[in-house]
Design a protein around this ligand. Structure first.
Ligand code: HEC
Length: 140
């Protein structure tokens, strides 16, 4: 499985057609193995390029996406003070499309994780640990 991850010049999803306009370079990279037990390692490796190391949505690839990556530290605030565990889990895995207008710049991680971890249990473990990591970075 190919994925859109690299250093500071990475950009994602050339198929949606911003590749020519974007100043940032589109670069696809093969997905890197990470420890399924480490939410922070997975977040830094897979998510920070769009969502930023701090989760606030300002990663190096963010400016070239059609839709700004969500600020992932506000999930609890936006949900009346309760972290929406199940929704976030489904969102990460790719079972749920994002609410607004069907833009899907956010990769479907369930499929991607299946290419690095063969067992469904490990795929779910990755999703759950990412969810828990996100819960840990919520603004009060
Ligand atoms: C290619 C850029 C990109 C990468 C990489 C990426 N995301 Fe996203 N993500 C987005 C965008 C864009 C949105 C907003 C989606 C929309 O509403 O269309 C989003 C939305 C989300 C949401 C929903 C937030 C909300 O308010 O409902 C969650 C949760 C999320 N991302 C988690 C992750 C996690 C965890 C990873 C790493 C495993 C990740 N994202 C990697 C681009 C990305």
């Amino acid at each position: 499985m190919r994925l859109f991850i690299a250093g500071a010049t990475l950009l994602a999803l050339s198929s949606i057609g911003f590749a020519q306009e974007a100043k940032t370079q589109v670069k696809k990279a093969t997905i890197e193995y990470t420890n399924p037990a480490s939410g922070v390692e997975m977040f830094t490796t897979y998510c920070a390029v769009c969502h930023g190391n701090d989760g606030k949505g300002t990663g190096p690839a963010a400016s070239a996406l059609k839709k700004a990556p969500a600020d992932l530290t506000l999930l609890t605030k936006k949900n009346k003070g309760k972290f929406p565990r199940l929704e976030i889990q489904a969102m990460i895995k790719g079972d749920t499309a994002p609410a607004a207008h069907g833009s899907r710049d956010m990769p479907m991680w369930g499929d991607i994780f299946r290419s690095v971890s063969k067992s469904p249990e490990l795929v779910d473990l990755r999703v759950r640990n990412l969810r828990d990591y996100l819960e840990s970075i919520q603004q009060k």
